[in-house]
Design a protein. Sequence first.
Length: 189
Amino acid sequence: MEVERITERLVLRRWRGGDRDPFAALCADPEVMEFFPAPLDRIAADALADRADAMFDSHGYGLWAVERRDTAEFIGFTGLAPLPAGVPGAGGVEVGWRLARDQWGHGFATEAAGEALSFAFDDVGLDEVGSITAVVNSRSRAVMERIGMRQADLFEHPRIDEGSPLRPHVRYLLTRTEQTARLPTAPLC
């Protein structure tokens, strides 16, 4: 399934072989992976890229590679994935993102995730989309709020060790109705 989305500054596209090296580098960056249990080695990063891309064929949605339009540089991923078992909303769909550290602070995560939400509601036909992160991950929580999501649940992530500061998690949520209410409407003629 070939699905590409273009925003003002970004291209959301299927993964390419040339994405592997920069993706492995960002997954190995301790700052990028600060709110995950550990950075990923090359084998794990390649496996994640394979799963992310394969979701488009199996689910009709997935995690796109994100490329800057001005430089054609791969900068990370965004898109939709099934919420894991054991968390609030399990079986539903979440929007997520991960960008290279040198791309932070430019609004790319907000732009990319916002486009992924439009795809979720307009193309996939979902009624709601969630997003989860560690409670202490203020940067991702800020993106969730900027794209219109609201805090829905606090929970202990079952896949993170007890006692870890990353175990307390939060789920944000946006419904189709809430998304529609946020969008500007065209004036009636």
